[in-house]
Design a protein around this ligand. Structure first.
Ligand SMILES: [Zn+2]
Length: 142
């Protein structure tokens, strides 16, 4: 666990943005609202929230929502993401699909987990997905 006050200002902002955007989540089925804030290498911050669907398999996680938003705005290289989720125990880690999507744009991204009460944990994408898939022979995603 990381003391939120010990975070540098840009990481603290990322954590606060993830908590703020969580309120925009569309989660009428699970009531499990998640927000994500993704920081690109140019310093810009892009947010996303989970968007559920009556056809559950179509639900989009907050992390991938943030990636899509960032790419649509021209950013494709990221250095950190904060993910704010309900509850305080256990930590809510990104799902496998989101880990692989994040690996495409930031193989060693710093990952902050933010609990409902504001507790923060820090990891890296390389720790969460050590053997990332990258298209053989392609420089994309590296
Ligand atoms: Zn996910």
């Amino acid at each position: 666990m990381v003391e939120p006050n010990s975070l540098d200002p840009q990481d603290r902002l990322l954590v606060e943005e993830a908590r703020r955007i969580r309120e925009r989540a569309y989660s009428p089925y699970s009531n499990f609202a998640v927000g994500a804030a993704l920081r690109a290498t140019d310093g810009s911050v892009h947010v996303g929230c989970n968007v559920e669907n009556a056809s559950f398999g179509l639900t989009l996680c907050a992390e991938r929502s943030a990636v899509v938003s960032a790419v649509a705005q021209g950013c494709q290289q990221f250095e950190a993401i904060a993910i704010a989720a309900p509850g305080d125990d256990p930590w809510v880690w990104p799902c496998g699909a989101c880990r692989q999507v994040l690996a495409e744009f930031g193989p060693n991204l710093t990952v902050f987990l933010v609990s409902e009460s504001g507790k923060v944990a820090r990891s890296t994408l390389l720790e969460l997905l050590p053997h990332q898939f990258h298209f053989p022979g392609s420089e994309a995603g590296k």
